[in-house]
Design a protein around this ligand. Structure first.
Ligand SMILES: NC(=O)c1ccc[n+]([C@@H]2O[C@H](COP(=O)([O-])OP(=O)(O)OC[C@H]3O[C@@H](n4cnc5c(N)ncnc54)[C@H](O)[C@@H]3O)[C@@H](O)[C@H]2O)c1
Length: 376
């Protein structure tokens, strides 16, 4: 008999609805490799129009504007929380104290202190807690991870891990909670995009020992959507130049998080270079994996990948993967790891990794302020 994981969502906006889509087609996952069935049973949001939208989602039995009502439901085992960053700590702690497991959204608290308190609560509650980061579940990202882990690249030369957006280049784009320190956090774009760029390097054991942070604020205000202007006080772009100790040697690892990256809609990329070879993947070319092998001639091979997902689905092996696929793969990893069945497969960000990401971002703020590298 299949194990059932009943999920409640708090925050049914952009990501809450994406999660509903992942559960809605859960049956595509191979039942032997993912012997857990996910069911969305309850949703909480403050906006009536979103609750109305969820009425069209099969299986949802409870719709509420009060997250405590959702947490009191015996039909919820796991809660996915996708709300603004200033609400992470209080709602995550409420989830854990209600005895539910948690898939938290990044950045796992508005700042380092909040992340540490959430991680502490996760430990003392004994609940299963992971944090969202889905791009590493794409087949191309997995190939870079496996190649880097294999040692085939020789002595590591450098690593570049990036997540770029461009929509903020338009100054008429209205402000929202992600553009303001009060709701997004002082770390700004690092809180928005940072978990995505640290997940694979951290999982490979590449944790920075030093960071030099270059942070930029370009647009100080934007239309508020009501005819006026709103202050936008978060960092728009962040480039973190770090040193990572790999086999006793310092390796430069650059983390780039940008809201103002000309030409990039939602481009996640990872490149790892060594003396014997290189590996790179970008969501700009979702089915293409690039590999370099040292030889007399300098050539990168372009490998046309198919749908080689971590958790197999009914989708044909030659088809292309996309955002909804990697988001569902991340949920499959959560469900399988929660059931104690992950084995050697790639898993979601742990609370310790989330705290380590905040340590890096907080050090980057100090580095930028001091215009000097900061040790971690
Ligand atoms: N994993 C990813 O790729 C990804 C992408 C975007 C955002 N995020 C993260 O997801 C989270 C939410 O971002 P989003 O883009 O979905 O935001 P959003 O603004 O689209 O949605 C947030 C929702 O939370 C609701 N909300 C606010 N306060 C609430 C409360 N007290 N109780 C219940 N609902 C409440 C709002 O009404 C809104 O619908 C953030 O942590 C963000 O960083 C992750």
């Amino acid at each position: 008999m299949q194990n059932v994981m009943r999920v409640g969502i708090i925050g049914g906006g952009l990501m809450g609805r994406e999660a509903a889509s992942a559960f809605g087609r859960w049956f595509v996952l191979d039942r032997e490799r993912v012997p857990v069935r996910a069911e969305l049973t309850a949703v909480c949001d403050l906006q009536p129009s979103l609750l109305e939208w969820f009425k069209g989602v099969p299986g949802v039995r409870l719709l509420t504007r009060d997250h405590r009502e959702l947490l009191a439901s015996p039909d919820v085992d796991v809660v996915y929380v996708a709300v603004p960053h200033n609400l992470h700590e209080s709602i995550y702690v409420d989830v854990l104290r209600a005895g539910k497991d948690l898939l938290a959204e990044k950045p796992f608290g508005i700042d380092l202190g909040a992340a540490e308190r959430i991680a502490h609560e996760a430990r003392v509650s004994g609940r299963f807690v992971r944090c969202s980061s889905e791009f590493p579940f794409l087949p191309g990202a997995q190939r870079v991870f496996e190649t880097a882990r294999s040692g085939r690249l020789g002595t590591l030369l450098e690593v570049r891990s990036c997540f770029w957006h461009a929509s903020d280049l338009d100054p008429s784009k209205p402000a929202n909670w992600k553009r303001q320190v009060r709701t997004c956090g002082e770390i700004g774009v690092m809180g928005d995009l940072g978990m995505h760029v640290v997940h694979v390097p951290f999982r490979l054991g590449w944790k920075p020992v030093r960071v030099y942070g270059q942070l930029q604020k370009i647009y100080g205000e934007r239309p508020d959507g009501k005819g006026g202007m709103a202050v936008c006080d978060t960092w728009d772009n962040a480039m973190l130049h770090t040193d990572v100790l790999v086999e006793g040697r310092e390796v430069p690892v650059r983390f780039e998080m940008k809201r103002l990256a000309p030409g990039a809609t939602n481009t996640w990329s990872l490149e790892v270079l060594g003396t014997e070879g290189g590996a790179r993947f970008s969501t700009a070319e979702p089915k293409t994996y690039w590999e370099f092998q040292r030889g007399k001639e300098q050539a990168w091979s372009r490998i046309d990948l198919g749908f080689a997902s971590v958790f197999p689905t009914i989708t044909g092996g030659i088809f292309e993967p996309g955002f909804p696929d990697c988001f569902q793969q991340m949920w499959a990893a959560f469900a399988v790891e929660r059931a104690g069945l992950l084995g050697s497969r790639f898993g979601c960000v742990t609370p310790d990794e989330a705290v380590a990401s905040h340590q890096l971002f907080s050090a980057a703020l100090r580095s930028h302020e001091a215009k000097a590298a900061v040790a971690l």
